[in-house]
Design a protein around this ligand. Structure first.
Ligand code: GDP
Length: 280
């Protein structure tokens, strides 16, 4: 996996410019990988700005683990909630957390005699974590006006989403962290990084290893296979291929097909609701 420092410098500068405009930051994490979807530099960039964490796509994550993650983060005194942007579940709670997090800021304003100032917030997160979906949900009908003139960048817009609360309609895009191969593959498995910068077979092997370790029954049931204690990612791949009839001409197992199928079924939660990062 490669990264280009030039890109990163630019992304960082853009993020810092955006952060200057707001009072509160909502950091969206993927509930399936709350650790891997963190960008450790956000804290540095946001300084002391109040932050709320929302574990998104809760509908795709293991509910027991999501609860454990919420408890863990609450113990660290981080305001945190879990949400589902498709149904809107948890979004109200998220807004109350934002208001609560903003209280020190509004109190400071009051002391200075500043009245009627709205709290401004923005949504940040790694690609594909659901930022635009959340912004659209919060903004509702109040669609921002995009310029249709070529070469004219859309102006940033503020949308009032609750009394005294304005949302920046442009999400803050954070770059994914590539600290170790496992983190990168978790990001790939959930769709935060593109297919072409990771090895799909590596991703599948890691996924099956983790499924064998954490969710063996669900894996066996979904693919109608029987698992043995000696099974490895490789033998499971073969079992899945056989069960699903992934064969090439001459009856040879088509591992590319298995790869494509299993990765898709995991990413889209057809396989079930699983969390890969452990709330250790
Ligand atoms: P962005 O790159 O962070 O702006 O992500 P998008 O808002 O474009 O969302 C990426 C994908 O995730 C889209 O296919 C969304 O429909 C999907 N998505 C967003 N939020 C949720 C959610 O809470 N649950 C599920 N299941 N899918 C979601």
């Amino acid at each position: 996996i490669q990264w280009f420092p030039g890109h990163m410098t630019k992304a960082r500068r853009m993020m810092e410019d955006q952060l200057r405009l707001v009072d509160v930051v909502v950091e969206l994490l993927d509930a399936r990988i709350p650790d891997s979807s963190i960008n450790p530099m956000l804290r540095q960039m946001a300084g002391n700005k109040p932050r709320v964490i929302a574990l998104n796509k809760m509908d795709m994550a293991d509910p027991v683990k999501t609860e454990a993650w919420l408890q863990k983060l609450k113990q660290k005194s981080v305001p945190v909630c879990s949400i589902d942007c498709h149904t809107g579940k948890g979004v109200k709670q998220m807004i109350s957390l934002v208001k609560e997090a903003a209280r020190p800021v509004t109190e400071k304003w009051l002391k200075k005699g500043v009245k009627n100032r709205d709290v401004r917030l923005m949504i940040v997160g790694v690609p594909n974590v659901g930022k635009s979906t959340l912004i659209n949900r919060l903004a509702g009908q109040v669609k921002a006006i995009a310029s249709d003139r070529p070469g004219v960048t859309k102006q940033k817009q503020w949308v009032t989403i609750a009394k005294g609360l304005q949302l920046l309609d442009t999400p803050g895009v954070l770059w994914p962290k590539f600290e170790d191969p496992e983190t990168g593959l978790h990001l790939a498995l959930t769709g935060a990084v593109k297919d072409d910068i990771y090895d799909r077979r590596d991703a599948l092997v890691l996924l099956l290893q983790e499924m064998l370790e954490k969710y063996p029954q669900q894996l066996a049931m979904f693919y109608h296979i029987t698992l043995d204690p000696v099974d490895t990612a490789e033998t499971v791949m073969e079992k899945i291929g056989a069960a699903r009839g992934c064969v090439k001409a001459g009856g040879v197992l088509d591992l590319n097909k298995v790869e494509q199928m299993v990765l898709y079924e995991f990413k889209t939660a057809k396989m079930g609701r699983f969390t890969l990062d452990e709330p250790k």
